[in-house]
Design a protein around this ligand. Structure first.
Ligand SMILES: *Cc1c(COP(=O)(O)O)cnc(C)c1O
Length: 448
C-alpha cells in the first residue's frame, strides 16, 4: 500500500482536528477551486496515488460542509463518533460484500449483533428483526413493503407474485405532518401518495386520535416518532391500540425520534411505539455513525422476508442473509460502524448522547428567547424552530447566518410560517458551541 493508508489517516485526522475552528460552510473561493478536480479524463494510469489523495485533501476538504462538526445544526444530521470513522477505515480495507454470510461471515455477524443491540436499546419486541439500509427513506420503503405483503396476504393475495393490478384495496393512513420520505415510500410500493388518507394534527404536528378514520384489517397506519420540525411524537399508545383493535398494520417513522427511547428521561415521549409492527430509524443521524445507515425493524420479520426475499432462487443455505431482508443485492458492511458505536458507548453512553443534545437544544431555545426571538415549538427533544419576525426577515437571517459561518442552520416552513430550524444532534457539541452560535444568530438578526 506504499504508505497510502497512513497518508489518508494523517489527512483525515488533520481534517477532524481543525473541524471545530473552521467556518461551517465553505466560502465561494473554496467552491470555485473544485474546478481543479475536473479537466480531461486521464488517458493512462498514473503511479501518483499519493498525488490523488493530496489533491483530494487540498481541494476537497476545504469545500466540505463541516457537518460532522459541533456547530452544524442543519436538517437532522449528526456527526460521527471517532471510533465509527476509524472502524469504517478498517472495513474499507476489508471490502466485504455484506449480502450474505456466505460472502462475509464477519459482516453478517456484525449486522446480526448490531440489530439485536438496537432492538434492545430501543425497547422493541425481542423477536423483531430487520436490516441495515441506506437511511430512513429506504427503511420506510422496506417497512411499507412488509406491511403491504401482510395486509394483502390476509385476503389470500400474494403481491410479490401477482403485483397490485387487480389486487384487493389497501388503505394508507398518515398524519398531515408525515415526512416527505414516508409519502415517497408509499409511492414506491405502488399504493399512491395521492391516495393516503391524511389525518389532522395539532399545533406541534401530532396526529389527533379523534380525527382518525375508521381503521380495518387492510389498512396501514403510519405514525411518526419525532416530527422533523418540532420533534413532537404522535400519541403512539392510543393510535396503536386503535389499530390493533381493527387489525391494521402500524408502521413508525422514527428517523431520529425513536432514539428518545434510549434515554430514560425522554423515553415517555415515544411510549407505545413498541406496539407497532414495523419501525424505521437512522443510525447516521442521532447514533452518530457515518453516512449512510438506516435501520428497518419488523415485529414479524417473515413479513419483511416475504416482501424482499431473493434466496429461494439464489443461495438456499444462507440463514437470515441480508439480501432477503432488503431491496439490495451487493452491499457494504453497515454493521461495522453501528456495532462499533454501540460497543463503545454502551447503554448509558447512548442515553447520555441523546439527553445531552436535548439539554443543549433547550439551552439554544433559552438563549434565543432571552435575545427576544420567537421560538415556535415546544422544545421537547433536539429540534428548535425560531422566527425572527415576518417570513422575509426570517429567511434573511437564515441566509446571513449561513454566510457568517459560525454555525449552520437551515430553513423550513412551520404551519404557514417561515422558520429557522435548529437540530442539535452531534456528540461534539458543547455549551460553548451553543452560546457562540446563539450569539452569531442574534447578531445576524440584529443587523438585519
Ligand atoms: C430524516 C428523516 C427521514 C429520512 O431519513 P433519511 O435518512 O434521510 O433517508 C424520514 N423521516 C424523518 C422524520 C426524518 O427526520
Amino acid at each position: 500500500m506504499d504508505g497510502l493508508l497512513q497518508l489518508a489517516a494523517e489527512r483525515a485526522s488533520a481534517y477532524l482536528e481543525t473541524l471545530k475552528e473552521r467556518r461551517v460552510s465553505p466560502g465561494p473561493q473554496q467552491i470555485a477551486q473544485l474546478a481543479e478536480l475536473g479537466g480531461e479524463l486521464p488517458g493512462a494510469p498514473s503511479d501518483d496515488a499519493k498525488g490523488t489523495l493530496e489533491l483530494l485533501d487540498r481541494v476537497g476538504s476545504p469545500a466540505t460542509v463541516a457537518s460532522a462538526g459541533p456547530r452544524y445544526f442543519g436538517f437532522v444530521t449528526g456527526g460521527s463518533l471517532p471510533v465509527t470513522v476509524a472502524a469504517n477505515m478498517l472495513a474499507g480495507a476489508w471490502d466485504q460484500n455484506a449480502f450474505s454470510p456466505v460472502a462475509s461471515p464477519v459482516a453478517a455477524e456484525l449486522e446480526r449483533v448490531a440489530l439485536g443491540w438496537l432492538i434492545e436499546i430501543l425497547g422493541l419486541p425481542p423477536q423483531s428483526y430487520g436490516a441495515l439500509v441506506t437511511g430512513t427513506q429506504q427503511a420506510n420503503f422496506c417497512g411499507l413493503a412488509a406491511a403491504r405483503h401482510a395486509v394483502l396476504a390476509r385476503s389470500g393475495w400474494n403481491v410479490e407474485e401477482e403485483g397490485l393490478i387487480g389486487a384487493p384495496p389497501v388503505r394508507v393512513v398518515a398524519g398531515r405532518e408525515a415526512h416527505s420520505t414516508l409519502l415517497r415510500a408509499v409511492s414506491y410500493v405502488g399504493l399512491g401518495r395521492g391516495r393516503v388518507e391524511l389525518v389532522d394534527v395539532d399545533d406541534q404536528g401530532r396526529m389527533l386520535p379523534d380525527a382518525l378514520p375508521k381503521l380495518d384489517d387492510h389498512t396501514i397506519l403510519c405514525i411518526q416518532a419525532g416530527n422533523v420540525n418540532t420533534g413532537a411524537f404522535d400519541p403512539a399508545a392510543e393510535l396503536c391500540h386503535a389499530a390493533r383493535e381493527a387489525g391494521a398494520w402500524v408502521h413508525v417513522d422514527g428517523a431520529f425520534g425513536l432514539w428518545a427511547r434510549a434515554a430514560p428521561g425522554r423515553a415517555a415521549l415515544a411510549a407505545g411505539v413498541e406496539l407497532a409492527d414495523s419501525w424505521a430509524v437512522d443510525a447516521h443521524k442521532w447514533l452518530n455513525t457515518p453516512y449512510d445507515t438506516g435501520i428497518v425493524l419488523v415485529r414479524d420479520a417473515e413479513q419483511l422476508k416475504a416482501a424482499m426475499s431473493l434466496s429461494a432462487a439464489y443461495i438456499p443455505d444462507a440463514p437470515r442473509a441480508a439480501m432477503d431482508f432488503t431491496p439490495e443485492g451487493s452491499r457494504r458492511s453497515r454493521g461495522v460502524a453501528v456495532w462499533a458505536a454501540l460497543r463503545t458507548l454502551g447503554r448509558s453512553g447512548v442515553a447520555d448522547l441523546i439527553e445531552r443534545c436535548c439539554v443543549l437544544a433547550r439551552r439554544m431555545a433559552d438563549r434565543l428567547q432571552e435575545d427576544g426571538w420567537d421560538v415556535l415549538n415546544d422544545v421537547v427533544l433536539n429540534q428548535v424552530l425560531v422566527s425572527f419576525g415576518d417570513d422575509d426577515a426570517t429567511r434573511r437571517v437564515i441566509r446571513d447566518v449561513q454566510d457568517d459561518g459560525t454555525c449552520w442552520c437551515g430553513g423550513t416552513e412551520w404551519q404557514g410560517r417561515a422558520a429557522m430550524r435548529i437540530s442539535v444532534s452531534c456528540w461534539a457539541t458543547t455549551e460553548a458551541d451553543i452560546d457562540s452560535s446563539a450569539a452569531a444568530i442574534t447578531s445576524a438578526a440584529a443587523r438585519d
